[in-house]
Design a protein around this ligand. Structure first.
Ligand code: IPE
Ligand code: IPE
Ligand code: MG
Length: 258
């Protein structure tokens, strides 16, 4: 009963203006530009990351309300460990604060949380917090929120390839392996491919984010710095997506005569 109430509570499409009919099933976002946002205000970078969590709350809520099935966000890459110690520390503390302050509302809104990435490489407290969040929301049936944390796309593919190698070593014929066998070893196993990828802050690159899952994603690069990314900008991106002609290598027009 509790979950039925939550399911209804998790969807509220009013107040967003016109919502395009053709919504992406899976949206992935590279939330970039927190540091520049802070720098422009003469603030420490950590404050930019804090401000970024406010934008995130709003985008998660909107995704859940309008009925996006999968939202995947890039929170910390395997390369982000190269940043100065104090920034990595600030990001890790923020992560703990984020989970303790948001988990009740996310759960109430029927959001299911997954973590994509090497959880074992996280400090103890952070690892326990994310595992608790995944366990607590496992049965939720609303928005599927995946947080890429200590995530690297090449590392993910390598990990999946090693699993295939193990299967081959155990006697399976490698010639029988198809893309779905590799996919089964990805963090995103069982999830659909990305339909729309948004990167904020004007950078035109993917930075090791979901290389396998985005091969046919529509890409939108937005100049907004992540803490300034609003629901209106998000809706504009969704409208732009709705107008794109996705062909997946085939053709959408009727066959030619000749
Ligand atoms: C994105 O903002 C957040 C993380 C990488 C954790 P940045 O910290 O990369 O911000 P910029 O790119 O330096 O402005
Ligand atoms: C990608 O942003 C990682 C996240 C947003 C978490 P970066 O800011 O780390 O990417 P680069 O270094 O500009 O490519
Ligand atoms: Mg950046």
């Amino acid at each position: 009963m509790q979950k039925i109430v939550s399911a209804v509570k998790g969807r509220n499409r009013s107040g967003y203006g016109e919502i395009p009919e053709k919504l992406p099933g899976h949206v992935a976002i590279i939330m970039d530009g927190n540091g520049r946002w802070a720098k422009r205000r003469g603030m420490p970078r950590a404050m930019g990351h804090q401000a970024g969590t406010e934008a995130l709350r709003s985008i998660i809520r909107m995704s859940s309300d309008i009925g996006i099935s999968y939202l995947t966000i890039y929170a910390f890459s395997t390369e982000n460990w190269m940043r100065p110690k104090d920034e990595v520390g600030a990001l890790m503390s923020l992560l703990l604060r984020y989970f303790s302050s948001e988990i009740d509302e996310l759960d109430e809104n029927n959001v299911r949380i997954r973590i994509l990435g090497d959880i074992d490489g996280l400090p103890d407290a952070q690892r326990q917090a994310v595992i608790r969040a995944m366990d607590r929301t496992r049965e939720n049936t609303g928005l599927n929120l995946s947080i890429a944390l200590n995530y690297g796309g090449r590392q993910e593919i390598l990990r999946a390839a090693k699993r295939l190698a193990e299967r081959a070593a155990a006697g399976e014929d490698p010639a029988s392996f198809g893309p779905e066998d590799l996919e089964a070893g990805l963090y995103t196993a069982g999830m659909p491919d990305v339909d729309l990828l948004i990167r904020t802050s004007g950078e035109l690159r993917l930075s090791n984010f979901l290389p396998w899952q985005t091969v046919y994603a529509e890409l939108i690069f937005d100049d907004t710095l992540w803490p300034d990314f609003t629901r209106e900008r998000y809706m504009e991106a969704l409208r732009e997506y709705a107008e794109r002609d996705r062909r997946f290598g085939g053709r959408n027009e009727p066959p030619e005569k000749v």
